[in-house]
Each structure stands twice: as structure tokens, then as C-alpha cells.
Write a protein that binds this ligand. Structure first.
Ligand SMILES: Cc1cc2nc3c(=O)[nH]c(=O)nc-3n(C[C@H](O)[C@H](O)[C@H](O)COP(=O)(O)OP(=O)(O)OC[C@H]3O[C@@H](n4cnc5c(N)ncnc54)[C@H](O)[C@@H]3O)c2cc1C
Length: 429
């Protein structure tokens, strides 16, 4: 396919003299951080982009996460180490992992697939693939944030992991020293840094030096939307559905067919499985839900990077207008009602640690879009020739958003470099 340079126009079939003029246009389904980053990259590559999103109140995971650019999390969580640790990580045992009995239809088949993906050979392949993507994640974020009008959104000032007992300091340090952390680096926290931590004294901490945080998720949302519009894209509100016709996906928004959507990108987070189902894709995605509390009344140090209380699996992030404490991995359905015991546990952690956060707290729960091998799905549909997808980024959707956008723009232009491990066909889906 030959394409006219620097325009939105593609001439198809030039060699057979049947030049058909058509727009290089694409509709992106989903306005979370993955959909927006992809839409911006596509628009800047010359595509005419419309983005459709069903989340006017910004309840999606993209706007309630911990804000951490976690390039150190190279080991997929589908591993024997994770499986072995499950008994002590159960919510009932004081840990962060929750398998609500009412949601067994979701987590049982997912768990069986996870066990398969945790086999050492599959884990090793996944780690290599995820490591490759994570190695590019920070440079991609630096490029994206430098191109936005809002300064200081990306702060490359590391993060801190702290422990409350000498025994957990020793075990935690040893585990991080043995872990594959890719391009990330850490050192012991200095005594001064340890003293600076808010709340009761911690027994020890390490400081990652080249990880990052997003300083304000609301400002990020606005900056990404503004960048998309500035690049010529448009944003529609509504719920998208797909149908298959003649080997291609056809789009409807709020039930009304949308003509002229030549290419489509599904980036609908945890809803992506449902969006793709009418095309014949059977995607084994689960809602891996997390919970947060936010406080606007606090005495949190302004310049403290994200702080992980690893004994409690809780991360506390200072945002521009609040401080947020987040935790839990609850395997459920998209619509499973939230469990108030999770927010109560977060409050108990805050009290036990003596953190300077005061009620009222705002409560939120949101779903990480997770596939059983803990790799994202990024690729081109084998069922519909005009359909791309980018979802399933589990705990790393914020971290991987910018590099995913770049990869999607390249894929739309015909390059599939490095994307084979992320193809949905690995699930025969
Ligand atoms: C508590 C918690 C903490 C986290 N912390 C971090 C972190 O520190 N760092 C990190 O990298 N990641 C983190 N994550 C994970 C990260 O938030 C997710 O991986 C990421 O937000 C996924 O982004 P997304 O754009 O794919 O999906 P989403 O944010 O879920 O966005 C999907 C969008 O698609 C829309 N949509 C769905 N269906 C349709 C439809 N049919 N039509 C139109 N629109 C539709 C939705 O309304 C939504 O706006 C965390 C997650 C949680 C829950």
C-alpha cells in the first residue's frame, strides 16, 4: 500500500490502476490513558482520529491509580513465586489478595490459566517480553510529557520502599536485590531519608532512583485530551459496540451505526473483552480491582515520591491536590459490588502507621485490566482486518501507556516489530 506523504490520504491499489481514495481514519474505543496515548500518537502520525469514551466522570483505573511509573516491575505476576505467596497474601490473613466467593466464575478459570502461564518457560518468555517494553517505557513517557503543554507532569525522582521490622527489611532487601528490575536502580535510603518519612519510624527503606510519578492524574487527563485535539483529533462521548461484516469490524455508538470508520482500535481497559466478543474473540480478561482513599487534609511532605509500605502492600502517593493510599488485588467481575472492608482496612493501615492523613476520605475502586499471563494485548485482530487492540496492561497501564501509543502508531503503519508476544492469539482467542 502506497501512501501520500504527510496527508491523511491513502491511495489503495496504485499498481492495478484502480486508485481508490480514502481517508486514513481511525476510531479509538476507550479514553483511558492507553486509549488517549495511542490516539495522540496516531494523530501525530497523520491519522484522522476520533476517540469515543464512556467515562465522563473519570472513574476508570487511569484516573485513580497510584501514579507510579513502575519500570522496575519486570517479572510478570504470573509466576510460581506469586502462587507460592498466595496463602500469606490472602485478605483474610491480613494481606492484599482477595477472591470474593460471589465472583468465583471470574477468578476460577482465570486462576487456572494463570497457573499455566506461571510455568518457568512461559514466565521466562513473558519476562523477556515485558522487560523489552518496560525498557522503552520511560523514554517514551519523557517524549510524550515533553510534548504536552502542562509542565512537570512527569517527575523522575524515584520511589521509596519501606519496611516496619528488621526482619522484613532484611527479607525485602534480599528479594529486591535478587529481582529482575530491568533498567531501574535502587540504593539504601540514607538515615536522613528514613527520618523524613511521615508517620511512625520505619525500620528500613530502599530508594529507587530512576523511576517516576505522574504529579496529577486529573491534569494528565486534561493534558492528553488537549494534545489529541491540538493534533487534529476529536473526542466523542458514548458507548461503542462492534459487529463483524465481511471480515471487518463495524462500529456503532450508543446503538447508532457509525459510517466511515475505516480502522478501529479497542483500548477499552477491562471492558475490552466484552467489546471484542461479537467479533469472535474470547479474551480471558479479569477485573483485578484495587481500592484507594484520598485525603485533602494532610501534612504529607510536598516533595516525597511515592512511598510503598511493603509489609502492608500499600502505596501512598502525593498528588497535586490530595494524598492517596492504595492497595488490594481483588479478582472479580466488572460489576461485582465493592467491598467496604477494603476501605476500612486502608484506614486501619493509615492509623497503625501513624500517617498524617485526616478524614474525610474519598473512596474509590477501579479495575486493572488483567490477562492470565500478566502481559498486555497489543496487536492486530485475526478476526477483523481493520481492527487493532491495546489493553490488558494490568498493574502497569500508566507506566506502559506512552510506549503502547508509539507501538500502536507503528503497527497502524504496518510495522509489528516486537509485538508477537502480545498478540491475542497466544490465548487462541
Ligand atoms: C489501585 C490501582 C493502582 C494502580 N497503580 C498503577 C501505577 O502506579 N502505575 C501503573 O502503571 N499502573 C497502575 N495501575 C494500573 C493502571 O491504572 C491500568 O493498567 C490502566 O489505567 C489501564 O488503562 P486503560 O486505558 O487500558 O483502561 P481504563 O483506565 O480502564 O480506561 C478504559 C476506558 O475505556 C472506556 N470504555 C470501556 N468500554 C467502552 C465502550 N464500549 N465504549 C467507549 N468507551 C469505553 C472506559 O469508560 C474507560 O474510560 C493501578 C490500578 C489500580 C486499580
Amino acid at each position: 500500500m502506497w501512501q501520500a506523504k504527510r496527508t491523511n490520504t491513502v491511495y489503495l491499489y496504485p499498481k492495478i490502476g484502480k486508485a481508490k481514495l480514502m481517508q486514513r481514519n481511525i476510531v479509538v474505543i476507550g479514553g483511558g490513558v492507553v486509549g488517549l496515548s495511542s490516539a495522540i500518537a496516531l494523530a501525530r502520525a497523520g491519522w484522522s482520529v476520533r476517540l469515543v469514551d464512556a467515562d465522563p466522570d473519570r472513574r476508570a483505573a487511569s484516573w485513580g491509580n497510584a501514579g507510579h511509573i513502575a519500570i522496575e516491575q519486570v517479572a510478570p505476576l504470573a509466576s510460581w513465586a506469586t502462587v507460592r505467596s498466595l496463602p500469606r497474601r490472602r485478605f483474610g490473613a491480613g494481606g492484599a489478595v482477595s477472591l470474593p466467593p460471589s465472583a468465583w466464575r471470574h477468578w476460577l478459570p482465570f486462576g487456572l490459566r494463570l497457573l499455566g502461564a506461571a510455568r518457568p518457560s512461559v514466565f521466562a518468555r513473558g519476562q523477556a517480553a515485558l522487560g523489552g517494553l518496560l525498557a522503552e517505557a520511560m523514554p517514551a513517557w519523557q517524549r510524550l510529557s515533553a510534548s504536552l503543554d502542562t509542565p512537570d507532569l512527569l517527575r523522575v525522582q524515584g520511589h521509596i520502599v519501606a519496611w516496619s521490622s528488621p526482619a522484613s527489611v532484611e527479607a525485602g532487601r534480599r528479594a529486591w536485590a535478587a529481582a529482575n528490575i530491568g533498567t531501574a536502580a535502587f540504593r539504601d535510603a540514607t538515615p536522613a531519608e528514613l527520618l523524613q518519612l511521615p508517620g511512625r519510624a520505619m525500620a528500613g527503606a530502599i530508594r529507587f532512583t530512576n523511576t517516576a510519578q505522574i504529579s496529577d492524574l486529573g491534569a494528565l487527563n486534561q493534558a492528553l485530551r488537549a494534545a489529541l485535539v491540538a493534533a487534529g483529533g476529536s473526542i466523542l462521548r458514548g458507548s461503542a459496540t462492534l459487529a463483524l461484516a465481511g471480515g471487518e469490524a463495524r462500529l456503532a455508538i450508543d446503538g447508532a451505526p457509525v459510517p466511515g470508520a475505516d480502522q478501529l482500535l479497542v483500548a477499552a481497559g477491562v471492558a475490552s473483552g466484552g467489546v471484542l466478543a461479537p467479533l469472535g474473540h474470547r479474551v480471558p480478561i479479569i477485573a483485578e480491582r484495587g481500592y484507594h482513599l484520598r485525603a485533602t487534609d494532610h501534612d504529607w511532605p510536598a516533595d516525597l515520591p511515592p512511598l510503598v509500605f511493603e509489609d502492608r502492600s500499600m502505596i501512598v502517593t502525593r498528588y497535586a491536590g490530595c494524598v492517596q493510599a492504595a492497595s488490594f488485588v481483588e479478582f472479580a467481575g466488572i460489576d461485582t459490588p465493592p467491598d467496604p472492608a477494603k476501605w476500612a482496612r486502608l484506614e486501619a493501615h493509615i492509623t497503625a502507621l501513624g500517617l498524617p492523613l485526616r478524614p474525610p476520605f474519598t473512596r474509590w475502586t477501579g479495575a486493572r485490566p488483567t490477562l492470565p499471563d500478566y502481559l498486555p494485548a497489543i496487536g492486530r485482530s485475526a478476526k477483523a482486518g481493520n481492527l487493532l487492540y491495546a489493553f490488558g496492561h494490568q498493574h502497569l497501564g500508566l507506566t506502559l501507556a506512552a510506549i503502547t501509543g508509539e507501538r500502536i502508531a507503528a503497527l497502524a503503519e504496518g510495522s509489528a516489530a516486537d509485538l508477537a508476544p502480545f498478540d491475542l492469539q497466544r490465548f487462541h482467542a
